[in-house]
Design a protein around this ligand. Structure first.
Ligand code: BES
Ligand code: MN
Ligand code: ZN
Length: 488
């Protein structure tokens, strides 16, 4: 799919669908342009009682105009970023539903955020365009080209870079969604490792290295290996290295939990809804999505993606509740519940990340059901041992509409992890489950500026909408873009 910005005469642009974001008087970007089209659209808006409020839309068939369809989208009342994103997302769905091959999109008036708005349009159109191919009858969306129209040449330039960035983010989200949606009998740790190798082969700025069980034994990743003990699927530790910045620049490390299926292990989960534990690799999938988006956007920054990939299954060789394992850091862990497995693979990945001397480490994980109870499907949970890092990530969440909310990482909570048989237990009791999980990880991140994003509630939707969301690729890409801007 192609995105281009234009400020040419609107009536001279060929497209089969015109989308206009505007108020009831069609005062958007268009108002500054005294074309006869503006007058036509004003008349159409009046004739159809288009009130211009957010949530209102009119689809018009217009034989007298050079576009066979015109879709008016209301923007009055879109006062916050979050509301503006909703308007753009709804309009994007209508653009796809129109069946058009070529859409001409007239931006809402936005002199100060031309880059942001264009990026949001590209991202949301790609998001709306994605379909999981459940059989060979599913046909791809017809939409091939989107021309994003701005009132002036100066804005066109800004919009053009915005479209490129937004398209990279949108494609990155769809990459994460596709990996998330694939069933666990297909998307195994080995499958993920192969996808990483493919991506590295196709992109000069990306390298990848895959560690297997034997390599992990040598590294003494006893905690990670305890999770894979019950399955016949070989575990993989995937290392992706994106070099966009100067050689001397310390990298940002992203660590994504990839439990390709979480049955709970010997602490078996209840049966209802267990299929959704194929999504327990969405943290890892988001790291894949970010890596792809980095390659596409060419951000000037160094980023290392670590994806510990395992399957958590019960069997005669599985880890038992009460077993004690030794992590790569040397700290011992009493595994009281084999279903608290995410932290067991992440702790060894965090220790491994020390070798890169990172400027920040961010892990992304579908870690706790408690996070879904606390924050629902709206916000990801954020916990960090570094306030500046936390603030930057929160700001990126707000700017990208992929929001996170911070929870405390106080030492009082850490006391819940006490064990009589090891340095710590892997669970902290019923209370504050998201926080005690993060406290566990924090014990491995003492030497690092570190943040943890719990995406248990945000990584996928259930019910009729069941499917991976691609979050938090937008949050992470906004954060990395900000960092790249700062360091150059
Ligand atoms: N992958 C789950 C967390 C999860 C559960 C995410 C439901 C999304 C929806 C994780 O591995 C897990 O099982 N966590 C346990 C921890 C508990 C045993 C301390 C949980 O949240 O119940
Ligand atoms: Mn689990
Ligand atoms: Zn899990």
């Amino acid at each position: 799919m192609e995105f281009t910005a234009s400020s040419a005469n609107l009536l001279k642009i060929k497209a089969d669908c015109l989308i206009v974001l505007a108020d009831a008087q069609i005062n958007g970007v268009l108002a500054s342009d005294d074309t006869e089209l503006h007058g036509d659209l004003k008349a159409l808006a009046k004739a159809t009682n288009f009130d211009g409020k957010t949530g209102s839309a009119k689809t018009l068939h217009t034989p007298t105009l050079p576009f066979s369809q015109v879709i008016l989208i209301g923007i009055t009342g879109a006062t916050s970023r979050q509301k503006q994103i909703k308007v753009i997302a709804d309009a994007a769905s209508k653009a796809i539903a129109s069946g058009a091959q070529k859409v001409l999109w007239v931006a809402a008036r936005a002199p100060d955020d031309g880059h942001w708005q264009a990026a949001m349009v590209a991202r949301n159109v790609l998001h709306a365009r994605y379909k999981y191919a459940k059989n060979d009858k599913v046909v791809a969306s017809r939409l091939k080209t989107l021309i994003y129209w701005t009132g002036s040449r100066a804005e066109q330039q800004l919009a053009s870079t915005g479209l490129d960035f937004g398209a990279a983010v949108g494609n990155g989200m769809n990459c994460a969604r596709e990996l998330g949606n694939l069933p666990a009998n297909f998307c195994t740790p080995s499958y993920l490792a192969d996808r990483a190798s493919d991506m590295a082969r196709d992109n000069a700025s990306l390298d990848c290295q895959i560690l297997d069980n034997a390599d992990m034994h040598k590294l003494a990743m006893g905690s990670l290996l305890s999770v894979t003990a019950g399955t016949v699927e070989p575990a993989k530790f995937i290392i992706m290295n994106y070099r966009g910045g100067a050689k001397s620049e310390a990298p940002t490390v992203l660590i994504g939990k990839a439990v390709t299926f979480d049955s709970g292990g010997i602490s078996l989960k209840p049966g209802g809804g267990m299929d959704e534990m194929k999504f327990d690799m969405c943290g890892g999938a988001s790291v894949f999505g970010v890596m792809q988006a980095l390659c596409a956007s060419g951000l000037a920054i160094n980023v290392i993606g670590l994806v510990p990939a395992v399957e958590n299954m019960p069997s005669g060789t599985a880890t038992r509740p009460g077993d004690v394992v030794t992590s790569m850091s040397g700290q011992t862990i009493e595994v009281l519940n084999t279903d608290a497995e995410g932290r067991l693979i992440l702790c060894d990945a965090i220790t491994y990340s020390e070798r890169f001397k990172p400027r920040a480490v961010i892990d992304i994980a579908t870690l706790t059901g408690a996070c879904v109870m606390a924050l629902g499907k709206q916000a990801s949970g954020l916990l960090a041992n570094d306030d500046d890092l936390a603030d930057e990530l929160l700001a990126s969440g707000t700017r990208s509409g992929d929001r996170a909310w911070q929870l405390p990482l106080w030492e009082e909570y850490d006391a819940q992890l006490k064990s009589n048989f090891a340095d710590m237990a892997n669970i902290g009791g019923r209370e504050a489950g998201t926080i005690t999980a993060a406290c566990f990880l924090a014990r491995y991140a003492k030497k690092l500026p570190w943040a943890h994003i719990d995406i248990a509630g945000t990584a996928w939707l259930s019910g009729a909408q069941k499917g991976a969301t691609g979050r938090p690729v937008p949050l992470l890409m906004d954060y990395l873009q900000q960092r790249a801007n700062h360091s150059t």
